[in-house]
Design a protein around this ligand. Structure first.
Ligand code: UD1
Ligand code: CA
Length: 457
């Protein structure tokens, strides 16, 4: 069975009060429309068509990589009108699935259950029982419980308004049938719109049965109309991800204060995550990793037994087994730490590799450097990698010891087991095994007196 998925995404989203089209607002750093797309992408034999309109250029530009046909709805004259724009691209024998671009948390399992109800005698409709169905179309059933029509809130009689079963807007039906009903829609209603929901009554008139199913949780079918709803769905989504991680062996000190805005492609067990941790992009985290509070990790690989203390920023970095980072460390892109490396507080590392068992424990900037193994870099060491125009590399070979408050002016190489005296400005290569220092000799002046304040005349 082939499927044509039509995602309705032309609406403005006035209540977002935003310059950004609603469907580009994000949950877990992914646009709402992308969530809907990613879910429907998992259906087999599926062609995706997106009806877009408001913010057309920006929407297409932002989501240009989606494997979907884009159909512009220049004027938004209703959900029925939106689907009409795609009418001539619908294959008769396809099952047409209608989704909304602003309903991001719908689950594949729910959609599969919906599609399973489609045949030449039935239309499948996803409905939801709500305590407060305000704003939703109401599902009207006859005495035997069969669905006869959907009535929009604004067109509903007093008794119809009491119906708690709401229309999610999500439905599936054979293409040939849908196309026929689309031609018959009128805008003769309270909002002067072409309602897709009128197709239900037309289907019933054609002798079709409406088969309904419901999502496991109402959150799946909630749409985003304002930023309060956006934040609610963000929390729902984050809680689901947190639960999945905990099921896989991760301890989250507080699942309500954890955000995964991306994926952990490889996940170990016995990972302990303290509060307010954000993990973004594509990551891998090994066994027995501890992540301290307020840490932000992005596109990074963290090996087994790594400990990251509080308040670190780790961006596009690799941390080798048993290494310890932080608190207050910043690992910038292309940082690669080997095993058992120690990076301490207020240390920034960029585009540098640090080999096994080396230590950079306090207040340092290491950029564009290759650091060997068993190197000790003292407090306040800075690689001067930039002359204002070009960047140069610093090479520090195995076993070197860099005294505190040293500037290494690149390009420069510190030889194996070399020692650099504290407070040096190193501008030339420093040989192996030797002590190199560039410090002015210390003098003490005998009989020197502090200046005294002059009396004002
Ligand atoms: C619609 C349903 C209502 C249902 C509710 C669920 C109709 C007539 N009503 O109402 O029964 O309970 O959704 O949320 O279908 N859109 C377009 N082009 C348009 C109009 C809408 O692409 O011309 C898109 C919107 O961007 C949105 C979706 O269709 O993604 C729903 O539109 P919206 O205006 O939110 O419909 P409701 O009035 O809420
Ligand atoms: Ca809506």
């Amino acid at each position: 069975m082939k499927i044509t998925t039509i995602i309705l995404a032309a609406g403005k989203g006035t209540r977002m009060r935003s310059e950004l089209p609603k469907i580009l607002h994000k949950i877990a750093n992914r646009p709402l429309l992308q969530h809907v797309y990613d879910m429907s992408r998992q259906l087999d034999y599926n062609t995706i068509k997106i009806v877009y309109g408001h913010g057309a250029d920006l929407v297409r530009d932002t989501l240009k990589d989606l494997d979907a046909a884009w159909i512009e709805q220049k004027q938004q004259l209703g959900t029925g009108h939106a689907v009409q724009q795609v009418s001539d691209q619908i294959t008769d024998t396809d099952t047409v699935l209608i989704l909304y671009g602003d309903v991001p948390l719908l689950k594949l399992s729910t959609v599969k259950a919906l599609i399973a109800n489609v045949n030449d005698k039935s239309l499948a409709l996803l409905t939801v029982n709500l305590n407060d169905p305000t704003g939703y179309g109401r599902i009207v059933r006859d005495a035997s419980g069969l669905v006869t029509k959907i009535v929009e809130q604004k067109d509903a009689s007093a008794s119809e308004q009491l119906i708690r079963e709401g229309n999610t807007g999500i439905m599936a039906v054979q293409g040939e049938k849908l196309k026929k009903w689309l031609h018959l829609l009128t805008n003769n209603n309270a909002q002067g719109e072409y309602y897709l929901t009128d197709a239900i009554e037309l289907a019933v008139a054609d002798g079709m049965t409406i088969i309904t199913n419901q999502p496991k949780s109402a959150d799946e079918v909630l749409g985003v109309n304002n930023r309060i709803q956006l934040s609610h769905l963000e929390r729902v989504y984050q809680r689901e991800q947190a639960d999945l991680l905990m099921e896989q062996g991760v301890t989250l000190m507080d699942p309500a204060r954890f955000d995964l805005r991306g994926t952990i492609e490889q996940l170990g067990i016995d990972i302990i995550v303290d509060v307010n941790v954000i993990i973004e992009g594509k990551n891998s985290i090994g066994n027995n990793v501890k992540i301290g509070a307020n840490t932000h990790i992005k596109n990074s690989i963290i090996s087994d037994n790594v400990e990251i203390l509080a308040n670190c920023i780790i961006d596009n970095a690799v941390i080798g087994e048993g290494s310890k980072v932080g608190p207050y460390a910043r690992l910038r892109p292309e940082t690669v730490l080997a095993e058992n490396v120690h990076i301490g507080n207020f240390v920034e590392i960029k585009k540098s590799s640090v080999a096994a068992a080396s230590k950079i424990n306090h207040l340092s900037y290491i950029g564009d450097a290759t650091v060997g193994s068993h190197v000790n870099i003292g407090a306040g060491t800075i690689t001067c990698n930039y002359d204002g125009a070009n960047k140069f590399r610093t090479i520090i070979e195995d076993g070197a010891f860099i005294g505190s408050d040293t500037q290494l002016v690149a390009p420069v190489t510190i030889g194996k087991n070399a020692t650099i005296g504290a407070g040096s400005t190193i501008t030339r290569n420093s040989p192996e095994n030797q002590l190199t220092l560039s410090r002015v000799k210390q003098v003490s002046i005998t009989g020197w007196q502090r200046p005294v304040k002059q009396e004002k005349s």
